[in-house]
Design a protein around this ligand. Sequence first.
Ligand SMILES: Nc1ncnc2c1ncn2[C@@H]1O[C@H](COP(=O)(O)OP(=O)(O)OP(=O)(O)O)[C@@H](O)[C@H]1O
Ligand SMILES: [Mg+2]
Length: 256
Amino acid sequence: MTQDAFTTEGYACRVVDLKKEYVLKSETVRALRGVTFDVPTGDYVAIMGPSGSGKSTLLNLLGCLDKPSSGSLWLGHDDVAKMSDDQLADIRSQRIGFVFQAYNLIQQLTVVENIQVPLFYQGKPLTAAQKNRSIELAKMVGLGDRLGHRPTQLSGGQQQRVAIARSLVNDPYFILADEPTGNLDSRTTEEILQTFERLNNEGRTVILVTHEDEVSKRAKRVVRLKDGRLQWDKINTQQVRDEAAKYAIDNMPVEV
Ligand SMILES: Nc1ncnc2c1ncn2[C@@H]1O[C@H](COP(=O)(O)OP(=O)(O)OP(=O)(O)O)[C@@H](O)[C@H]1O
Ligand SMILES: [Mg+2]
């Protein structure tokens, strides 16, 4: 019997027996106890699980915000588990797109400038191509007519769409989103889910953490953690996804 050689080709990331322990004075918290899964490029994964099951820990590792205690995390051709803090910082600023529950936009900056923020961190003047790209991204998330607006002049959904455009400015391995609809009403949640769906249909890889079944049913796949382990990993059929979308739209509150 031949065993296929390990490859990273075609994967946004590969996670192999990933463990994370937090060593405190009095105890060691085993937040991840050996998690293994793959995310093919173009996948759309919802990570679920009870409070304390390790979701944010996993997302922080995927986002190179923290280092695992052991195991491997392959992003592109590199096992980032073996990297130095400086190398991790480079990957984080150049190849990871984050979307947070609280948008984290800079109030003094316009829509386009907020989208460009990850580029400023790279410490080089922006090129014409980068400037054009940030305008294209604003258009892609439906904010082409709001380029000069500041966050206070936008709705919650529009602000989160700025954050999504910002997450894409570096052409990341994937968009990582921690409870991206946690602050939003059902209509705005729908707006954001449709944005993720459209970006995913265009080939972007999306990984999000959610507590909500209605949100996880819209993904292509659901990974559930329990006590720092992968409890199950299942594919949502197109029928499940379509029905969840239809349910959301049919049950939308009437606009007043
Ligand atoms: N910096 C830290 N130091 C020590 N323990 C931590 C730290 N961060 C998380 N933990 C512990 O690791 C475990 C997993 O936490 P994590 O934040 O990943 O859970 P979660 O699934 O995101 O939960 P929630 O749904 O409440 O956000 C918990 O027991 C938590 O108390
Ligand atoms: Mg969490």
